[in-house]
Each structure stands twice: as structure tokens, then as C-alpha cells.
Design a protein around this ligand. Structure first.
Ligand SMILES: *Cc1c(COP(=O)(O)O)cnc(C)c1O
Length: 480
């Protein structure tokens, strides 16, 4: 990433990092009264106040940026106020190790008020319901750890696993780990035109390589639902089928896409901050509580790869999933409607949108094909960024090595944008990408559009309840 940015001459990241280092040095210098020691005795109140003001300025910068930017990255969202506040709720994080299978208390059992167990019970209960699963392990600290635990818990040295190649949108967390662990990597055979897995060729691949123990659908660049039931039917018995729902978690839990566990997946896993608007955290949910791999996968999460699982994030995860339980049906459908509206409008503007043969998208994502890798990077970090439009560049699946932009509508859907506004968004994106308009003029139009969609009243969230007596009691206790 860094090297690519330097090659392209964009260099935004390095400038920012250098400024941050200088600011940090300056603040230590000032706070210590100029005598060079961070631990100088007795900082005056003024110095502490100054330090806090400097910290505040970072949040001013960040909040202003978020307010005024069209966030079209597919991998981020706006958590609601309660989710944000509860993330700092515990008076110091307690350790919580309990695995998602029955065990005797051992070395890592801690005394507890009962609150941790109660919170974990609430979270796992709602997680099991939302993903039609018998277990819900809330502990993975991210979608990558969840994937890696699934790989290590199902494959050993000499075994093999199948996942999406990077050019088909596969995630990057698995191949280096597999190589280091002596697990052979195979790629899912694809039909480029439809972007669907070629199930017959997958069956042949598994028949020819009986060491394959895991098939994991780990797409990050994802426009389509894959034929999961046919895939299950084509796999030899005992091959573990895992579905990584990091991107489409809210679409599945909201009922706009099918439930992987009901179509034969052994486990569904993913993070909780892309279409689900929770903290940066993850889960693994097994279809069967007595699955033979449950223990191995769970033990790889914790204690083998993680010791602390950020127990302070149990409550905000629970609230984020509760928002999905309450509003997820409408939220998921609005996401799909917005993505389709954005894709069609961009197509009409003349932008090359991937997937015309299947209506451009069946998820929250829209892929634009723009040309070379360097061009796409320059667009994402240059002109679009300067125009107040936040996106990322990708190698577009099925586009013969061409690159472009991956857009996602989930964050803007939470901000209350609907189909009409999506057409306006398409016009603004096309103005930069196609018509090479001066970014600063587009930036003013972006700010204009977002002015009527403030960040403090997110749609499909508890934001409208945050001043209710019940929320006030909760927050009063939390910050007592
Ligand atoms: C984003 C993503 C991940 C990684 O999630 P983190 O929470 O960033 O670790 C894993 N798998 C897929 C398919 C993803 O898109």
C-alpha cells in the first residue's frame, strides 16, 4: 500500500503521518515545560488543559471530516451514539475467556459480579437468532482473526483449503498464514461474466485434491449472492463450508439475503462494522453446537491467537445487533435499493459499472471500472478525496485485470440518503471520475447535500431514543 502510494506520487498518507509525528513531539515538549522530560514533576493545570485542547482538535478535525464527506467506502459505517458511548462504558475492561462450548472452570476463570455473564448471554442470544446458529462466539477482535481461526481449526499441515482468489475479491488474511502452516491454497473456480462460483469445477477440484478440508467464501469485493446450497451439495462429506459475512452481515441478518447456515454452511463469521454498524469486532457462529470443529476453531480464537477479547465491546456489540434486530429488515432493503439506484444512475451518467448482465449489484457494493491501478489509486486518494468523496480503489473482479473503485452505500443509508439522493451522489461521482470537474466545486456540492443529513440522528438506529428516560438512566449508571 505504502509503496504503491509513493509510486503514484499521491503521498497523502506520508504527509499526514509526518505531521502527526511532529505534533506529538511538540505536545510532549510543551507539556513537559520545555525541559525535555515527559515525566517532569507537577504539570500545571494549564498544561493539562492544553494537552486536552490539542486532543480535542483531532476530534474537531475528524468530526468535521465525517460531517462533510460522502462516505462511500464499502467497509465502514457510522455507529449510533449508544454504541459509541457504551464502548467506553466499563470502568476498566475485565477479562472474559469463556468459550462457546461447555467447559469446567479452569485457570482462566475470573470472579464476576454476574454482569459479564449476563451481557455475554444477551449478546450471544441475539447473535444466534440473527444468524440462525446454535453458537455465537463474540470474542474474535476482527474479521481476519475469525477467518484465521476457522482455517487453523479445520486444516492442519498437508491439508488444503479453497477460497476466492484476490482478483475475484478474496480477502487477504489467509494465504500467508496457510503457507506458514503448511496448508495448500486453492482458488474457487469462477465464471467471469456472472461472477458466480463454477460449482461443477469446484466439485472436480475437491475430488482431485482429497486433502481439501475447508471451503471458505471470503469475498471482500462482492456484488452477488453465491449458490450456497449447490456448493454444499457438490462438496464431499466432511468438507467444512464457511461463509464470511463481514460485508453482508446486516443484509443476511436483516433477511434481504439468505441465511448461510440454512443452506448448508457449517459456520458464518465476520466483523461487526461494515454493513452492521457496531464496534470493530467480530463473531463466529456455528450451525450445530456439537459440531466436531467447534472446539478447535474456538480455541484458536482464544487463547491461542488472542488473550484479551475486548470485553468492553460486548455491550456496544449487543446494542448494534439489537438495532439490526429492530430495524434490520428495512435497513437491509433500503441498502439494496440504494445500491441499485446508485449503480443504475452511474451507468446512465456514462460511468463503466461492473455487472450489467445481473443488474449491477445484489449487495451494498457497486464496482466502477476506471482503468489502471495507478489511475484508480489517484482517483480515490486524489480527486475524489479532494471532492469530499471517500472511496477505495480495487482490482475489479471479472474486469480482466482492470482497476477501479469499490463503493458501498451502507453508511450513507444510515445517514438517511435514499434513492433520490443516490442519483445526486451518482452525478457528483461522475462529475469527478468522468468529467474531471474541479474537485473543490464538487466538494461544495457534497457539503450541501450532506447538510440536511446530520450525523447525530442516524436512520435505523437508537439515536432517536438517546434522550429517552430509559437511555438517560442507562447512561447515568454507566458514567456514574
Ligand atoms: C473486512 C474483511 C475482513 C477483515 O475484518 P477486520 O475486522 O478488518 O479484521 C475479513 N473478511 C472479509 C471478507 C472482509 O471483507
Amino acid at each position: 500500500m505504502r509503496a504503491a502510494e509513493q509510486d503514484s506520487g499521491v503521498g497523502l498518507v506520508d504527509d499526514g503521518a509526518q505531521a502527526a509525528v511532529e505534533a506529538a513531539e511538540e505536545i510532549i515538549e510543551e507539556a513537559s515545560g520545555g525541559d525535555g522530560g515527559v515525566f517532569a514533576p507537577a504539570w500545571s493545570d494549564d498544561r493539562v488543559a492544553h494537552l486536552l485542547e490539542r486532543l480535542t482538535s483531532d476530534f474537531v478535525l475528524d468530526n468535521t471530516y465525517r460531517e462533510q464527506h460522502l462516505s462511500l467506502t464499502a467497509s465502514e459505517n457510522y455507529p449510533s451514539k449508544l454504541v459509541r458511548m457504551l464502548g467506553s462504558a466499563l470502568q476498566g475492561g475485565f477479562y472474559e475467556f469463556a468459550p462457546p462450548y461447555p467447559t469446567e472452570a479452569g485457570e482462566w476463570a475470573f470472579p464476576d459480579s454476574g454482569a459479564n455473564a449476563s451481557l455475554v448471554g444477551k449478546l450471544t442470544g441475539i447473535g444466534r437468532q440473527l444468524f440462525e446458529a446454535a453458537t455465537f462466539d463474540w470474542r474474535p477482535n476482527g474479521g481476519s482473526v475469525a477467518e484465521q481461526a476457522v482455517l487453523l481449526g479445520t486444516c492442519g499441515r498437508g491439508d488444503g483449503f479453497v477460497h476466492f482468489a484476490h482478483k475475484d475479491g478474496g480477502h487477504f488474511a489467509l494465504e500467508s498464514l496457510a503457507a506458514a502452516a503448511g496448508v495448500n491454497t486453492y482458488h474457487l473456480p469462477m465464471v467471469d461474466r456472472t461472477l458466480l462460483i463454477d460449482v461443477d469445477r469446484l466439485a472436480t477440484l475437491c475430488a482431485e485434491h482429497p486433502e481439501i478440508k475447508l471451503v471458505i467464501l471470503d469475498q471482500s469485493f462482492k456484488l452477488r449472492w453465491q449458490p450456497l446450497a449447490q456448493i454444499r451439495a457438490a462438496l464431499p462429506e466432511g468438507v467444512f463450508l464457511a461463509y464470511d459475512a463481514s460485508h453482508d452481515g446486516a443484509l443476511i441478518a436483516g433477511g434481504a439475503l439468505p441465511q448461510p447456515t440454512l443452506l448448508g454452511a457449517d459456520a458464518v463469521h465476520g466483523n461487526t462494522h461494515k454493513t452492521i454498524a457496531g464496534p470493530q469486532k467480530a463473531y463466529i457462529a456455528f450451525r450445530d453446537a456439537d459440531h466436531p470443529r467447534l472446539r478447535a476453531v474456538s480455541d484458536w480464537v482464544c487463547p491461542q491467537m488472542q488473550s484479551n477479547s475486548h470485553a468492553e465491546l460486548i455491550a456496544p456489540m449487543y446494542v448494534a445487533l439489537s438495532e439490526i434486530a429492530l430495524y434490520g429488515h428495512d435497513y437491509a432493503r433500503q441498502i439494496l435499493a440504494n445500491a441499485k439506484a446508485l449503480a443504475h444512475a452511474l451507468h446512465e451518467e456514462g460511468v463503466r459499472v461492473s455487472g450489467e448482465s445481473f443488474g449491477f449489484t445484489e449487495t451494498h457494493q457497486v464496482h466502477l471500472v476506471t482503468g489502471s491501478a495507478a489511475d484508480a489509486l489517484r482517483l480515490a486518494l486524489g480527486d475524489l478525496a479532494h471532492a469530499g468523496i471517500r472511496t477505495t480503489n480495487i482490482e475489479v473482479p471479472g474486469a480482466n485485470g482492470l482497476h477501479g473503485l469499490r463503493l458501498g452505500v451502507q453508511a450513507m443509508t444510515r445517514r438517511g440518503l435514499r434513492e433520490t439522493e443516490m442519483r445526486e451522489v451518482a452525478r457528483l461521482v461522475a462529475k469527478v471520475v468522468l468529467r474531471r470537474a474541479e474537485p473543490t466545486t464538487v466538494r461544495a456540492e457534497v457539503a450541501d447535500l450532506l447538510q440536511s443529513h446530520p450525523l447525530d440522528r442516524l436512520a435505523f438506529s437508537f439515536d432517536s431514543h438517546v434522550e429517552s428516560p430509559a437511555a438517560a438512566r442507562l447512561l447515568g449508571e454507566v458514567f456514574r
